[in-house]
Design a protein around this ligand. Sequence first.
Ligand code: SAM
Length: 230
Amino acid sequence: MAPAKILAQNPDMGYVCQANRAFLGRAVGWCLARGIDQFLDLGSGVPTVGNVHEIALARRPDTRVAYVDFEPVAVAHARELIEGLHGVTVTRADMRGPDHVLAAPGVHDLLDLTRPVALLTVAVLHFVPDPALPAILARYREALAPGSVHVITHGSADHDDPELAARTRAIQDGYRGSATEVVLRSRPEIAALLGSHGPVAPGMVDIVDRPESDPGARPTGGYAAVATMS
Ligand SMILES: C[S@@+](CC[C@H](N)C(=O)[O-])C[C@H]1O[C@@H](n2cnc3c(N)ncnc32)[C@H](O)[C@@H]1O
């Protein structure tokens, strides 16, 4: 979630966060329906409503969820929430170091990488300006078994509608000067973050233009995509 101060300055941000969380919940359900019961959630954030492990454990008690975030407060909150739960870990790490993340006990000892994993990169990649990001994500995918899935959402100002682009830039402005500045990638740049794995239908579309979304939902300016790895 966005910090409270940024939410207060830009009420649109709350709408985008909610739409993002709703998409995350549906994506987790989609993965479970495909038999995927392991989740590697990079940039998992401060726990809120509809956390990945809550959705997943309610449907599959044997689910494994490895949360990763580099922000101490997010990790502390998550640690408190998951205490005593079997099959759920939180690791404090920078997702830009895939080998370090994959070797961390909370990931390495929990996930069975010989079986499919859902790699969740939801509302995190626009906080990672690193030009090496496509290679970083490729490294994660390389480590995962065939049948794994990569879920992505990413803010963008690359829209035909200038008003929508302006709204997204206003959100970006809200983060300026904070510890986490936002980088708004173009649509092709976001597509490139999936490597050669084309997204499943309906492709890379606004977070709300997806199956099971509210048909009247106003666009968020963020793109969402789900890619499968064969
Ligand atoms: C907006 S929250 C998204 C939380 C959750 N994924 C969701 O969709 O609601 C973004 C999170 O990404 C984390 N983050 C940003 N850059 C990161 C990095 N390089 N490594 C790990 N976590 C990162 C932040 O600390 C923050 O908790």
